[in-house]
Every structure is written in C-alpha cells, then in structure tokens.
Design a protein around this ligand. Sequence first.
Ligand code: HEC
Ligand code: HEC
Length: 209
Amino acid sequence: MKKLVTTGIALALGLGMTMTASAAGDAAKGKALFATCIACHGTDGAGNKALNAPAIAGQEEWYLERQLKNFKEGIRGADAKDVYGAQMRPMAMTLINDQAVADVAAYAASLPAKAAADTVTGDAAAGKASFAVCIACHGADAAGNKALNAPKLKGQHDWYIVRQIKNFKAGIRGANPKDIYGAQMRPMAMTVATDDIANNIAAYINSLK
Ligand code: HEC
Ligand code: HEC
C-alpha cells in the first residue's frame, strides 16, 4: 500500500506540471445554463441527498469543468454500474461546447459553499488519522490543490464522499483509460480498506467547517 501511495503521489506531481489551458468561463452566461442544473443540485448548488446530487457550489472551477467534460465524453458516468453518474451524464451533454461548460462551471464556482449536514455515522477522530494519506494532494484542510489536480472535499456531502471512495475502489469511477486524474485517485481509495474507514473519513471531512 505504501508503495501505491508513493507512486500515485509521484505521478500526480509529474502530471501537475502539464495542465491544459481552457476557455475562461463567464459566470453571467453560466447562470442561464444553470437553469438545467437546479432541478437536482438546487438553485444554490448545495446538492440534494434525496436526488443523489452532490454540492457543486463553491467547488473549484477547473475541477467542475473537468468533471463536466468527463461526463460528456463518457470518461466518467459511462460504467454500467454507475447508477448516479448515468443520471448526470445526459445533463452534461446539454452543454453544447467547451465555452458552455466553462460558463456554467464559473457560475457554480461563484456560488457560496454551504455547510453540509451530518448523515454518515463515523468516528471523525479515527477518520482524521486515516485522512493523513489524503493530505498530500487534498491538503490538511481538504481545500484541494489545483497544482495536484485534487478537488476541494471540504463542504461536500458526507454520503457523496463515501460513494465516490467506493466508486473509485470498485473501478466504477477512475478506471477509464482516458481518466488521467481518476487514475491518480483510484489507488488512494484502495488504501481505504473498509466501509467503516470510509465513513470515518467522511465524518472527519464534515467536521472541517
Ligand atoms: C437529474 C439530476 C441532475 C441534473 C439535472 C444535473 N445533475 Fe449534476 N449530478 C447529478 C448526480 C446524481 C451526480 C452524482 C454523480 C455521481 O455520483 O458520480 C451529479 C454530479 C455532478 C458533478 C460532479 C461533482 C463532483 O464533485 O465531482 C458536477 C460538476 C455536476 N453534477 C454538475 C451539473 C451541472 C453543471 C448541471 C446542469 C448543466 C447538472 N449537474 C445537472 C444529478 C444531476
Ligand atoms: C495522489 C494524489 C491524491 C491523494 C493522495 C488522494 N487523492 Fe483524492 N483525488 C485526487 C484527484 C486527482 C482527484 C480528482 C479525480 C477526477 O478528476 O476525477 C481526487 C478525487 C477525490 C474525490 C472525488 C471528489 C468529488 O467531488 O467527486 C474524493 C471523494 C477523494 N478524492 C477522496 C480522497 C481521500 C479520502 C483520500 C485519502 C484516502 C484521497 N482522496 C487521496 C488525488 C488524490
């Protein structure tokens, strides 16, 4: 496991240098496009557990853009077992070009992040210890790190964090050969040995208000 982690971090550091430039997003134009997103993510972008939709408000623009493109291209959300990704994919497809993707990402990123409710039962203190592996990329405060392509986790719903850890572990996310960044995260999820540990980590992240 230690070797996997070290390899993954080295890979992330190497790839962090080769970020591709993308069109600058116009949040005002993105607001109109966001009308499609409201049904599941809410007007405030805070997400909706009943609809399985995560928070996107206040997430990093570059990360939102990447995920929307990944959904569009089937790099994410196309696995036969990806029930929730399959709900999101057709929504990303309504964004007709890279500019539309950039605009809606800019708008969602501009919305203030909201504190997420506790829905997962976990031991935050134990989760803190397990989170030590994650700090290298996501940061001690889980605020993310653009240079390492790692998104913000703070403020995200605990149930969604747990789902993504499980999806990465199972290869439902991150196993597509074109998923460069998911491939960096997958071996990290594999260090999360049990569901209880995933719950503990989610509880810890949720304690970082
Ligand atoms: C029908 C409900 C629905 C609509 C409408 C919808 N989404 Fe989603 N979205 C989801 C679900 C469910 C997920 C979680 C997918 C998963 O678990 O992998 C998701 C995930 C996402 C993610 C990934 C977040 C992350 O942290 O990785 C982004 C970004 C996103 N949606 C943006 C949008 C945008 C922008 C729109 C409007 C163009 C939109 N969504 C419309 C249901 C929806
Ligand atoms: C080597 C760097 C690295 C380490 C260490 C790492 N991650 Fe990640 N993580 C990433 C990258 C890169 C992504 C973005 C993947 C993508 O673009 O789809 C990511 C994505 C995620 C996501 C998905 C977030 C979302 O909004 O969908 C979760 C959850 C996550 N990581 C949790 C963790 C946890 C928990 C740990 C520690 C056990 C960890 N990560 C360790 C690099 C890392």
